[in-house]
Design a protein around this ligand. Structure first.
Ligand code: CP
Length: 306
């Protein structure tokens, strides 16, 4: 089977079959990653550049590890130490890199739509590793993989996405993916951090009361407050945000049921999650990070096949 697309720009462009294919392929790569020798020769003749115009820990290292596990040749680019800092345009930078016979581009950029722009101008396959407040497709895929691994299904699953929905590319990619795969989605957070008309646009529910959202869901995917993307304050203080929307052990114990806690990272401990939840028995945060490598191997392998 093949993907219906040459690039992975967003979950919005994927079919249900594409998502299913990536998740099934990732299961096979997860099995490879349990072996003593974790490397396969699948991308031996492929060269990939990781083009990061914005900070990253998990995504950048996870892509690099996935590429090396597939035996690809890897180039790493950080905007701050490159000639982008001297004024070179994105397109000039990428065309110069591609002239060195590079086959695929993994790109993170603070501008929404940057990978979509590149896809119109270059021949290489592009994987979006997060563009501004638009999408973070491999995060949604690894989140879905982790939910399915933990709870056995996506269809009919009740997922609450909690926090700064307005500025979160993780939230948007998760909403697209979960609705395509038949999960129910409730968005929870302060009204100022939830886009207007989101129910109609994305076929999700909105709940402003955190405890009600947690009582409803099987999985809570908790997001960071993205202060770097907020031009003006959208709530009174982090302390007050924590009082209204922070999740602690006492709150989880008051639900009378067990739910799975997820977070894409980086966590702001004591704001959206207390440490007794982030490191507690219901958290699968580090499983998400582990699964990211297998999921990114699947994406790169399938796109290289295109
Ligand atoms: N989840 C995620 O994108 O983390 P990084 O910003 O560290 O890559």
């Amino acid at each position: 089977m093949k993907l219906s697309t040459k690039h992975l720009l967003g979950i919005k462009d994927l079919t249900r079959d594409d998502i299913q294919l990536i998740l099934t392929t990732a299961e096979q790569f997860k099995e490879v990653l349990q072996r003593p020798v974790k490397k396969v020769p699948s991308l031996r003749d492929i060269t990939i550049v990781n083009l990061f115009y914005e900070n990253s820990t998990r995504t950048r290292m996870s892509f690099e590890l996935a590429e090396r596990r597939l035996s690809a040749d890897v180039l790493n680019f950080a905007a701050t130490t490159s000639s982008a800092a001297k004024g070179e345009t994105l397109l000039d930078t990428v065309n110069n890199i591609l002239s060195m016979k590079v086959d695929m581009v993994v790109m993170r950029h603070s501008a929404s739509g940057a990978p979509h722009f590149l896809a119109k101008h270059i021949p290489a396959a592009i994987v979006n590793a997060g563009d501004g407040i638009n999408e973070h497709p491999t995060q949604a895929l690894l989140d879905a993989f982790s939910m399915k691994e933990k709870l056995g299904k996506l269809e009919g699953l009740k997922v609450a996405i909690i926090g700064d929905i307005m500025h979160s590319r993780v939230a948007l990619s998760n909403m697209y993916l979960l609705r395509k795969m038949g999960a129910e989605v409730t968005i929870a957070g302060p009204p100022t951090l939830i886009p207007k008309y989101i129910e109609e646009a994305l076929d999700v529910r909105v709940e402003y009361n955190l405890k009600k959202a947690l009582q409803w869901c099987d999985v809570a995917n908790v997001l960071r407050i993205q202060l770097e993307r907020q031009n003006q304050p959208l709530f009174s203080s982090l302390r007050e945000y924590n009082l209204a929307y922070g999740i602690n052990r006492r709150l989880l114990e008051s639900l009378g049921k067990e739910i799975v806690i997820m977070h894409p990272g980086p966590i702001n401990r004591g704001v959206e999650l207390d440490s007794d939840v982030a490191d507690g028995p219901f958290s699968i945060v580090l499983n998400q990070v582990e699964n990211g490598v297998a999921v990114r191997m699947a994406v790169l392998y399938l796109l290289a096949g295109e």
